[in-house]
Design a protein around this ligand. Structure first.
Ligand SMILES: NC(=O)c1ccc[n+]([C@@H]2O[C@H](COP(=O)([O-])OP(=O)(O)OC[C@H]3O[C@@H](n4cnc5c(N)ncnc54)[C@H](OP(=O)(O)O)[C@@H]3O)[C@@H](O)[C@H]2O)c1
Length: 343
């Protein structure tokens, strides 16, 4: 079988696909034949050595995959060969086959496609964690989100709609205006417009209830300023550290240097909150599983439906990641590992 490997820190040209033996499940594990694996912005940062919580190279990225169970361990009774599943791989999802503990696998209802399953965990899980679990979003709330057209951004738009938010303001690159507006989100051009002013103007000068910032650097304090009194800021990424597919030490340092500290006294006097969010480092995995369970119901009730930008054969993984580097994606990018479409 084959898998994608990051052999070292580098650009997309450093990615390799290698042949290796089929993995063998232990007694409490299953072997899954992967059909789809999700690409996340974090995968790009890991490749550049800018992530911090991934294994040392060489390693196979991929937080999430969907596919079919090919083999079960001797102690596994709740799953069978042929079951269609979501695999929460942690790492290693960019692979034709993965072995993982049976409690990290969720059986898919018949109506859920492999595309939908691989597109939901990281993006919707993160959006749900911020807005619902931490933020307790309520009907009528107003929300600011950056990268509004991307994987997390589109998930945020759908969750906000489902929970009755009255206004979602989304920043993105100019060519994505129509797409962002098609989700019912007020578009702000991240290259030329001042999102703080827009947030204030559209909320009678008060600011938004929730600001979701995966950008970092200078952007973070602006997001904080876009909040109303009592508002909540979620810091969950540092895309400002990335410039192109090769690591830019200057951009990374600038992002780090410009990322603000918050004054607790000022936070107290304005009743504002700042959350740091890293879904890969949640101590209690049951929290994430709870989110997935609710999201699965929301999917079945059609309250959410992941927007798939594109599906690429895994042999084209470098092109697929370049597509994200070039800011072209509108929704989620997936890799296709399915045997049926193998050349
Ligand atoms: N903390 C967590 O647990 C967690 C979990 C999931 C995601 N995240 C973060 O959320 C953000 C979105 O992740 P995602 O996987 O859904 O990605 P995404 O938004 O689908 O794709 C990336 C998009 O980000 C924008 N962007 C901004 N700066 C960029 C840069 N330097 N290079 C390339 N694109 C850039 C581009 O859109 P525009 O130019 O149109 O804005 C691009 O299309 C990332 O910062 C990621 O690290 C954090």
């Amino acid at each position: 079988m084959r898998k994608v490997v990051y052999p070292r820190t580098g650009g997309v040209d450093s990615i390799e696909i290698i042949e290796c033996p089929e993995p063998v499940p232990g007694p409490n594990q299953v072997r899954v034949g992967v059909h789809r694996a999700g690409i996340n912005f974090a995968d790009l940062m890991m490749r550049q050595g800018l992530y911090g919580s991934n294994p040392d190279p060489p390693f196979t990225p991929g937080y999430e995959a969907s596919g079919e169970i090919l083999e079960i361990g001797s102690e596994v009774s709740s799953l069978s060969c042929g079951d269609r599943v979501l695999a929460m791989t942690g790492f290693g999802g960019y692979s034709e086959q993965v072995v993982l503990d049976s409690n990290r696998v969720i059986k898919l209802p018949d109506s859920v496609t492999y595309d939908q399953a691989a597109a939901i965990p990281v993006t919707y899980g993160t959006a749900f964690h911020m807005l619902v679990h931490l933020g307790r979003i309520a009907e009528g709330d107003t929300v600011l989100v950056h990268h509004a057209a991307g994987g997390v951004g589109t998930a945020v738009a759908q969750i906000c709609k489902s929970y009755g938010a009255s206004l979602v303001i989304g920043t993105a690159s100019k060519p994505k205006k129509e797409f962002v507006e098609s989700m019912g989100v007020k578009f702000v051009d991240s290259g030329s417009e001042d999102f703080v002013s827009v947030c204030k103007e559209l909320t009678d000068g008060k600011g938004v209830h929730h600001a979701l910032d995966p950008v970092g650097g200078n952007n973070l304090m602006k997001s904080y300023k876009a909040l109303r009194r009592g508002g909540k800021l979620y810091f969950f990424g540092a895309s400002n550290a990335v410039k192109g597919d090769k690591r830019s030490v200057i951009s990374a340092l600038r992002m780090w240097r410009n990322t603000p500290s918050f004054d607790p006294l000022k936070m107290m006097s304005s009743n504002k909150a700042v959350f740091g969010v890293h879904m890969g480092l949640l101590d209690d995995e049951s929290i994430f599983k709870g989110h997935l369970s609710t999201l699965s119901e929301m999917l079945l009730n059609r309250q959410i439906d992941p927007i798939i930008d594109s599906v690429w054969r895994f042999e084209d993984v470098a092109k697929a990641q370049m597509h994200m580097h070039e800011r072209r994606n509108r929704g989620k990018i997936l890799l296709d590992f399915s045997p049926s479409s193998r050349a």
